[in-house]
Ligand binder design. Structure first.
Ligand code: 5GP
Length: 184
């Protein structure tokens, strides 16, 4: 893996595709242990989740359904703190067991907004969260993330579905921003 430049920024290699697969496989097994007697609906939060979502499903061996919705809060490499809902939930999940699938949890603002949305409009039987990545140094909410594949430092990451100004989502590996920390 070599460093890459996207727009004006340099990114250094962080996690190889194979290592990511191993993390997701373990995560899918944990989720299966908890849901093997149910048919959960995995709800992908677009766009960043696409690769994680599709690989997770390949490793999940139980019965399940899927749905999507789209939100956005990032501008460049900074969180704006404001969460925009861009695409409605693709199907009703009332009275069902829901696992929200996130690419990365940073401040937790997106999830806080989504919890509110699901509580007010969907009333699921249960609501949990699975995230590929979590930045524990930034996350300061009073809820916990039920399933996390990997905790990472507070540095902007790119690739494997995650973008920098819409580029880089197609990279099979994960990269980290070369310059210092991000200010929130
Ligand atoms: P939060 O609302 O938890 O602050 O941020 C969640 C969303 O911000 C993620 O779903 C993702 O779209 C975006 N995000 C947060 N951190 C990063 C990062 O390091 N890289 C990229 N590409 N997106 C991020």
């Amino acid at each position: 893996m070599e460093s890459i430049t996207i727009h004006d920024k340099n990114f250094v290699p962080y996690l190889k595709h194979d290592e990511i697969q191993e993390l997701i496989k373990n995560l899918a097994e944990k989720v299966y242990e908890d849901y093997k007697d149910e048919t959960p609906i995995f709800v992908g939060v677009l766009n960043g989740v696409i690769m994680f979502f599709s690989d997770f499903l390949k490793y999940y061996k139980g019965k399940c359904e899927i749905a999507f919705l789209q939100v956005s809060s990032y501008s460049g490499t900074q969180s704006t703190g404001i969460v925009y809902k861009k695409m409605d939930l693709t199907k009703d999940v009332v009275d069902r067991h829901i696992v929200l699938m996130e690419d990365i949890v940073d401040t937790g603002n997106t999830l806080e907004n989504l919890f509110e949305y699901f509580k007010n409009t969907q009333r699921p039987k249960s609501l949990k969260v699975a995230s590929l990545l979590l930045k524990p140094d930034v996350f300061q909410k009073d809820f916990t993330i039920d399933y996390v594949a990997k905790e990472i430092p507070n540095k902007f990451v790119l690739g494997y579905g995650l973008d920098y100004d819409e580029l880089g989502r197609n990279l099979p590996d994960l990269y980290q921003l070369e310059e210092g920390r991000i200010n929130h």
